[in-house]
Write a new protein. Structure first.
Length: 117
């Protein structure tokens, strides 16, 4: 089973930036489209962004489009999320995992992002 470890979260003021990282174990990482998801208090987990296996194609939720950028480094088994122009509504725990729900990795602990107004 592949495990992931998310990092890079923190407390930032509105308008600030953070860069999240997700390191995956195992050799199947490069064969998977990967995504970032987030869960705010009292809400369900939601999709944020996805990147294709090669890194050449990205898709974003409308709420983050133009502010966030997803990328990956298959040599390092790592996917990144650059978050700019952060808003208080971006406050959530951020997780990474596969896009294909039939090939899910074990969910990590996530990384907390808190944006103050």
């Amino acid at each position: 089973q592949v495990h992931v470890v998310e990092s890079g979260g923190g407390l930032v003021q509105a308008g600030g930036s953070l860069r999240l990282s997700c390191a995956a174990s195992g050799r199947t990482f490069s064969r998977q489209d990967m995504g970032w998801y987030r869960q705010a208090p009292g809400k369900e987990r939601e999709f944020v962004a996805r990147v294709s296996r090669s890194g050449g194609t990205t898709v974003y939720a409308s709420s983050v489009k133009g502010r966030f950028a997803i990328s990956r480094d298959n040599a390092q088994n790592t996917v990144y999320l650059q978050m700019n122009s952060l808003k208080p509504e971006d406050t959530a725990i951020y997780y990474c995992n596969t896009i294909d729900i039939t090939s899910r990795f074990s969910w990590g602990q996530g990384t907390q992002v808190t944006v103050s107004s």
